[in-house]
Design a protein around this ligand. Structure first.
Ligand SMILES: [Mn+2]
Length: 461
């Protein structure tokens, strides 16, 4: 938990920005796996954590935007709780640590909200993402299920996005701790990854380091010899000689700020020539894009510059042809790079994605494209000092897409399908790092993780 004033100040700014009405925050509850008391690991709602800091299930809160009055709703531990889970800090004491004086039992929430509605107070809520939160809003506020998201408050969303987008120094320290944990995961992957090991064994080594820090994963680990499939999780497949291993993983800091990084390395001690060539193109694109990061630049333009770098390299290998800028403008590169260059990072891996990409990554003037490729770019807007984001270019040789496009003769002016045949079983390469936007440029977060071809080969020796 941060210091009391952090939370008081965040709530004060939020109330000031929304100005009127009641801001309703349903916290997350335990989520059952196979029967009621068999839970998934608990994860508090990120906006709840941001404004209230209390990492416990079963809490709700309201802020009166006009007066700033904050009420926390929850139960003190019962005798049974103390028998089954042992002593816990009283809720009133937790509330005091984050500057909340009013704590009421959960049953009171229903009456309080009904009373506020009667007095024609507008009640604001954020778009929910868990079914039980949909139900709670539906029941407590008498909203039809099919309009719970539609009637969520744009003023509330915008204010939360504004506040959470700019990271304070103490938040950057937390993210950096999540990134350092993530570096440790990938060092273990690079140390243990070799022909003969199964993907799941490698993942277990990575996960053990996260558990040993009493941390948890920020998202399910991607670890695969099929890097061409964007979100391939680990399986019991055995790594074979000559394959590439790609891992995109993230651990949370102890306060639930996420790290998110990717490395790709050979199962052999060294990259073969073909792997070297493709890896170097991705690395050049990464270096170029991360060098452009600074306040004011549109991240969409950084993305397009990264795409141009990829095409430049692919042209040298004879896979692409024609004018680089024209190829990118036409979207020819999306055959091998069908996704976005990066996204905001914070309490969530895709920070605030539940609040809507159109608010987090775009503006009223700059609207998210619907085209293949750009539609997956979660962040397009101009960067600001204090943003934290990922940069993650890649090249993905997906046989399905290559066959489909060739049969459609798609972008034959730019793509040399004959030369592409040699890469049919190549797999995929991605590198990813996390950056903090400073007044002048950007700072790479976390400790160093081998990235250059020679560094990776040396580390694995
Ligand atoms: Mn990422």
């Amino acid at each position: 938990m941060f210091e009391l004033n952090t939370y008081v100040e965040r709530r004060r700014m939020l109330a000031e920005q929304v100005g009127e009405g009641i801001l309703f925050f349903p916290g997350n509850i335990q989520s059952s796996m196979s029967y009621k008391d068999n839970h998934y690991p608990f994860r508090q709602d990120s906006s709840f954590l941001y404004f209230f800091g209390i990492d416990l299930p079963g809490l709700d809160a309201t802020i009166d935007a006009a007066t700033g009055e904050t009420i926390l709703y929850g139960e003190e531990p019962t005798e049974d709780d103390l028998v089954w889970t042992g002593p816990v800090t009283p809720l009133t004491e937790m509330a005091e640590r984050v500057g909340i004086k009013k704590v009421r039992p959960c049953v009171q929430l229903h009456r309080d909200l009904a009373g506020l509605k009667q007095k024609h107070n507008r009640i604001h809520w954020l778009p929910p993402y868990r079914p039980e939160t949909f139900l709670k809003i539906q029941e407590l506020l008498q909203v039809e299920a099919n309009v719970v998201t539609l009637l969520s408050s744009e003023a509330f969303i915008k204010a939360v996005v504004r506040l959470r987008s700019t990271k304070s120094e103490e938040e950057v320290r937390e993210i950096e701790s999540g990134v350092d944990f993530t570096v440790d995961m990938l060092l273990l992957a690079m140390k243990n990854g070799a022909a003969g090991i199964r993907e799941c064994e490698l993942a277990s080594a990575m996960h053990s380091s996260v558990i040993a820090k009493n941390s948890q994963l920020a998202f399910p680990t991607i670890l695969t010899v099929h890097g061409e499939i964007l979100h391939n999780h680990y399986s019991n497949a055995t790594v074979k000689p000559g394959q590439l291993i790609l891992s995109d993983c993230g651990a949370e800091s102890l306060m639930h700020y996420a790290g998110d990084m990717t490395r790709t390395f050979p199962a052999d001690k060294t990259f073969n020539n073909q792997q070297k060539e493709i890896y170097q193109i991705v690395l050049n694109s990464f270096r170029h894009a991360s060098g452009l990061l600074s306040p004011g630049i549109l991240f969409r333009d950084v993305h397009l510059a990264a795409c141009e770098q990829l095409v430049t390299g692919l042209k040298e290998l004879g896979i692409f042809k024609g004018d680089t800028k024209d190829a990118v403008a036409a979207g020819a590169h999306t055959l091998l790079f069908p996704c976005g260059l990066g996204h905001m990072l914070g309490l969530d891996t895709h920070d605030m994605e539940n609040l809507g990409e159109k608010y987090v990554g775009y503006t009223e003037e700059l609207v998210q494209s619907k085209e293949f490729g750009l539609k997956s770019l979660r962040l397009g807007r101009a960067l600001e000092e204090g943003f934290v984001l990922t940069v993650e270019p890649g090249l993905y040789f997906n046989p399905f897409l290559m066959d489909l496009w060739e049969s459609q003769k798609k972008h034959v002016d730019f793509i040399n399908y004959g030369a592409l045949k040699k890469y049919r079983d190549f797999g995929g390469v991605r590198v990813e790092e996390d950056f903090y936007i400073t007044a002048q440029g950007a700072r790479k977060l976390g400790k160093h993780l081998p990235m250059e071809i020679s560094e990776i080969e040396e580390y694995r020796r």
